[in-house]
Each structure stands twice: as C-alpha cells, then as structure tokens.
Design a protein around this ligand. Structure first.
Ligand SMILES: *[C@@H]1O[C@H](CO)[C@@H](O)[C@H](O)[C@H]1NC(C)=O
Ligand SMILES: *[C@@H]1O[C@H](CO)[C@@H](O)[C@H](O)[C@H]1NC(C)=O
Ligand SMILES: *[C@@H]1O[C@H](CO)[C@@H](O)[C@H](O)[C@H]1NC(C)=O
Length: 348
C-alpha cells in the first residue's frame, strides 16, 4: 500500500525529469536556437543603467504627446541615461536629438507600431531628415522612421529625401526600420551599430563616412522612376587610407524590385564590405560602380566574403572588387570593428 502510493508520487516526478532532459538540448543548449537569439527591449532596458523614463503617447496617456517635446524636456549637458518610451502610434513630426543631449535611449513599441513620419525633400541632406541624431551615446529600439516625400517619381522636382541622419559617435539602432527612396540613411560620421534593421531605398540609400556595422539587416531595393540609371545600396565617402570609416554588412539579406549596385565609390578610398549576406538577383552582375569618383580605382575597398544567392555570382564583377580572404575579413566581422564591446548595451 505504502509503496504503491509513493510510486504514484515518484512517477510523475520521474516523468518530469525525463521530459526536462529530453527537451533540454532544444531550448537550453540547442545550436539552432542560439542562431535565433534577438536583442529585445527588456534586454536593452536591463543593460542601460537608469531609472528615469519619460513616456510619450500620442493619445495623451503619457507626459508628452510629441517625441521632440520629450527630448526638449531633458536639460542640456545631460550626463545620465534617460529612457524616452514612445508608445504605439504614428508621430508626424521631425525629431532632433541635439548635440547637447547625449545618453538617450529612445524606446519604441516595435517597428510598425511606433513610427516617426515626415515628408520633405531637399538637396540639403541634413535638412530633409525626419530624424537627426547629433548627440553621442544614443540607442534607438523598435521604431520605424519614414520620409514619405514623393521622390523617385518621374517628372517631379522632388529629389533626395533622408529618413535618418546619424551625425555623432556611438549610436545604435536595434530592430528599427528606415523608409525612403533616394538617400534614406545618411550615416554621416562616427561609430554605429545597426542590428536587425530594415532599410529601404533606391539610390545611394546608405551614404556618408560613418564607421558602421550592419548586423543581420534586411535591405529592400525599390526602383527609381526618374532615370534609367541603376541605383546603389551604398555610397561610402572614405577619403584616405588612414580614415577608419566604412560600411560593413554581416549576415542579413538584400532583395527587392529594382536593380542596384552593392556600392558606388564616393571617395577615393570608399569602403564597403558585404559578408555572408544573401544577395538576390536585384544585385547587378558588375556589383560595384564608380560613378562620381573619376580617379583611380586602386584604393577602393569594395569587398565581398561568402555571400550567397543569385546576386552573389562574382564572374562579372567590376575589376577592382575584392573577394576577401578569411584573414582580410576578420577585423570587420565583429563589433570590435566599431569598438562596440566598449560602448554598446548589447550585441550579437
Ligand atoms: C535605480 O533604483 C534602484 C532602487 O531604488 C537603485 O538601487 C539603483 O541604484 C538605481 N539605478 C540607477 C542607475 O539610478
Ligand atoms: C534634383 O535636384 C537638382 C537641384 O534642384 C536638380 O538639378 C535635378 O534635376 C534634380 N534631379 C532629379 C532627378 O529630379
Ligand atoms: C556565374 O555566372 C556565369 C556567367 O555570368 C555562369 O557561367 C556561371 O555558371 C555562374 N555560376 C553560378 C555558380 O551560378
């Protein structure tokens, strides 16, 4: 009697142990699971040391209804991290984080839920930007940023339209989306990290002289209706051997509906590298162009490493394109390229 009742208790317990062990590899140690790790809002919030949160809600359930008003409320010379939590909604405003206000964590409720939208086209690429980051140490999570000016349309004078201008050091975007056509992301200067972001555009849509790592980003190419010329994903402006700038794409995918180059040279030492990225047929066989750079191609650093997909065939690549060796690509493959281990709240 006693033994059968104790068995009754032990049996489910044994079952639990067996089940736990059996499922252990899949959700504790599984390699396939490790590949799916994402940096989410709770993780960033835990790693950014602050207790100060300002809420923005366009329906009035926060301290502010506009993102800019929340930024304006932070004193100049801010030196402690502040979270500005932007609740779901479409915020129709231009937003600037000025140089005097570093240490801001702009936290949205997810791209597609929290959006910042403006419509402006200008030959002045800073002026037209929907969102400008001019302060160092800024982290943005889960926000879509859009410039919806009707650029790229035939017979209009509307030209380039920047969605985001990043003009300072140590800026990171996690799970954000950037929407425009011509000149979407002005990665002007400084060290930057883009993790799992969606970037859409047609011509030169990631440009500037930043030193930036794009990890697992999704790049969507749209076509340009104005001209027959093909667009380019990157237009990187490195000017000399000693300049440490360059755009590096590790993993992720590139696809869309227009035909583009991976990059075109803007400076004499223009540097862009694509490594382990899926390239659809949207990438033209030449891969790289020199357009505005009339000089020699010998110092261009247009590199590729273990990309795959129909656009990754290098048979017809531009003569200066580099197929990088393991050793050559190594310094660009991790956040060490941007010294991220010293300033990023999280990385993969
Ligand atoms: C946040 O608040 C907790 C509890 O009051 C405190 O221990 C901690 O030091 C605070 N952290 C920061 C960064 O202010
Ligand atoms: C872009 O703007 C410039 C200056 O306003 C103009 O000269 C040019 O024709 C425009 N390009 C297109 C394709 O609309
Ligand atoms: C790459 O393209 C060339 C011609 O452009 C073709 O002959 C070759 O089969 C292609 N390679 C692969 C792996 O598809």
């Amino acid at each position: 009697m006693a033994s059968s009742s104790s068995l009754f208790i032990i049996k489910p317990f044994l079952c639990f142990i067996v089940l736990f062990l059996a499922s252990c590899p899949s959700y504790v140690l599984g390699i396939s699971e490790l590949k799916d790790i994402v940096i989410d809002s709770p993780l960033l919030t835990k790693n950014i040391p602050t207790n100060r949160t300002i809420k923005v809600d366009d329906e009035g359930n926060g301290e502010f209804t506009s993102i800019q008003a929340a930024i304006d409320s932070i004193p100049e010379g801010n030196s402690q991290w502040v979270i500005i939590h932007v609740r779901k909604g479409v915020y129709r405003e231009k937003v600037t984080i000025p140089k005097s206000k570093p240490y801001i964590f702009l936290r949205g409720n997810g791209r597609g839920r929290t959006a910042m939208v403006w419509s402006e086209s200008s030959v002045d690429n800073i002026e037209s930007a929907t969102f400008k980051v001019e302060a160092h140490n800024v982290v943005v999570f889960g926000i879509s940023i859009k410039n919806e000016a009707p650029t790229g349309v035939a017979y209009t004078s509307q030209n380039q339209s920047v969605a985001v201008f990043v003009g300072a050091d140590k800026v990171a975007f996690y799970h954000c989306a950037f929407y425009s056509t011509h000149n979407t992301l002005f990665d002007y200067k400084g060290r930057h990290y883009y993790d799992e972001c969606y970037i859409q555009g047609s011509i030169d849509f990631i440009f500037g002289r930043g030193r930036s790592l794009f990890h697992k980003c999704e790049i969507f190419v749209i076509d340009d209706k104005r001209t027959a010329i093909k667009g380019s994903i990157t237009a990187q402006s490195r000017e000399s051997e000693s300049e440490k700038s360059g755009f590096v794409f590790v993993k992720g995918k590139i696809y869309g509906i227009g035909a583009v180059y991976l990059g075109r040279a803007k400076g004499s030492h223009s540097r862009a590298i694509f490594a382990r990225v899926y390239l659809s047929a949207t990438i033209v066989p030449e891969g790289w162009a020199r357009w505005s750079h009339a000089g020699s191609t010998e110092n261009l650093y247009h590199g590729e490493y273990k990309n795959f997909g129909p656009g990754a065939n290098t048979t017809k690549r531009a003569s200066w394109a580099k197929q990088l060796t393991d050793q050559e690509v190594e310094p660009f493959m991790s956040v060490e390229y941007i010294d991220g281990q010293d300033w990023l709240p999280a990385w993969l």
